[in-house]
Design a protein around this ligand. Structure first.
Ligand SMILES: [Zn+2]
Length: 415
């Protein structure tokens, strides 16, 4: 299918990563940094040059574009989505991408900081990359494959579909968002304007991987009310809220139910912030589980722990407030099974082995899914993200493009 086409994802990627698009969690503007628009504007210009007339960026820095249908059938509208920003954890200024051609398993020493060495022993995924062309940064910055790989792959998909009108597909929507890394990627998205039936974020790792599950997440705020008195005359009166808070935290199990003691499918109760005086003390928790029932059980457990501690202090009291944060996208994808099934088939047609994965966190896809756009996460090839050792292979990027081309055809065939 790709015999007469040379992929452009890597060529695009090498240019996009040199544009600094770091987002900022401390900023309250949308987008959180204006410089993210530098890349978004370039993407619009390139889409227009391909002939995608409606490509545009809105005032919030979101890019929308439409690749028209080539089919006579009524085919669902599919959206491919990627984020333009890079993580605040690691510098994204002055990224110098380097292509290491025909990788043979050697250590890759990054030239601008020889302490940064990419080793197969530490990154076993490299075993699958022998003979491939690996892209890294130069040692002082992240690379930005998260998620400029997804951006470049979707751009190459657009280029391919526009140039190969014989490929039968329905309407394809493109969405590039800012601020994913600071949890605001869907803050200003307009799904009505987008008009897609379902979508895929291109923001995953290993070739062939597909993520259809995220945590479900609640926040719990516990406020403990103590009893205040003059410390000189406090005997049998004072109840110190900070000391009760300390007892509550000490009562949490050490070998389970915490981030530091769990992995895989197990969730946790995690205190993230504490603030207080003797009179009143507030503890913020995040609760995580793959099942919404599991969240409830953990919240009940936490409440019981608090009640037990408070029994010793009858004059103290507490408030317990639960706030929903996000939900496991699987709840939505399980009633829209074709969305994941199409992706599985596309991965198989691209000659890859499927790896189903769960994300121990939330994604823009989980928020989009509950906003009405069922949206699992497809691999983009990104590895060792948010670090100076971040890498990606050109071959994995091309496989991601190929998978999307199969995906749009599968949706057309099954319509
Ligand atoms: Zn990402």
């Amino acid at each position: 299918m790709f015999d007469n086409y040379s992929f452009t994802a890597a060529e695009r990627f090498l240019r996009y990563v040199q544009i600094d698009t770091q987002s900022d969690s401390q900023s309250s503007s949308n987008p959180t940094t204006e410089k993210q628009k530098d890349l978004s504007k370039l993407l619009v210009a390139e889409l227009k040059k391909m002939g995608i007339a409606d490509a545009h960026m809105d005032e919030w820095g979101y890019v929308y574009a439409t690749i028209p249908s080539t089919s006579d059938k009524k085919v669902p509208v599919i959206c491919f989505c990627a984020h333009v920003d890079t993580a605040p954890d690691c510098s994204g200024t002055g990224v110098k991408p380097i292509v290491h051609k025909d990788y043979q398993g050697e250590d890759i020493i990054l030239p601008d900081d020889s302490k940064q060495v990419l080793r197969m022993s530490e990154y076993p995924y490299l075993k699958t990359q022998i003979g491939n062309d690996i892209i890294t940064a130069s040692g002082t910055t992240l690379l930005g494959s998260d998620d400029k790989a997804g951006v470049a792959e979707i751009m190459d998909l657009a280029n391919y579909l526009v140039a190969n009108k014989k490929i039968k597909h329905g309407t394809v929507k493109i969405l590039f968002t800012p601020d994913e890394e600071v949890g605001k990627g869907t803050a200003k998205v307009d799904l009505k304007k987008l008009g897609a039936d379902f979508g895929y974020t291109l923001d995953g790792g290993d070739a062939g991987s597909l993520e259809d599950e995220t945590f479900s997440a609640d926040g719990v705020q516990v406020i403990i009310h103590g009893v205040i008195a003059h410390p000189g005359y406090a005997k049998d009166k004072m109840v110190n809220a900070m000391k009760i808070a300390g007892e509550i935290l000490a009562a949490l199990p050490k070998d389970r139910l915490s981030p530091e003691s769990t992995d895989g499918k197990r969730g946790f109760i995690h205190p993230v912030r504490i603030e207080g005086i003797a009179e009143k003390c507030t503890i913020d928790f995040i609760i995580r589980d793959f099942e919404t029932d599991g969240l409830q059980k953990k919240e009940d457990y936490l409440r019981t722990q608090i009640e037990e501690r408070l029994r010793t202090y009858p004059t103290a009291s507490f408030e317990f407030t639960v706030t929903e944060q996000y939900r496991n996208m699987k709840e939505i994808l399980d009633v829209n099974t074709h969305v994941v099934d199409h992706a599985k088939e596309a991965i198989a047609r691209a000659g890859l082995t499927l790896k189903m994965e769960s994300i121990r966190g939330g994604t823009d896809g989980s928020r989009l899914s509950f906003m009405g756009l069922p949206c699992p996460n497809l691999f983009a090839g990104e590895q060792a993200i948010h670090s100076k050792l971040e890498f990606i292979s050109i071959q994995d990027m091309n496989k991601a493009v190929e998978t999307m081309v199969h995906l749009v055809q599968i949706a057309e065939e099954k319509s």
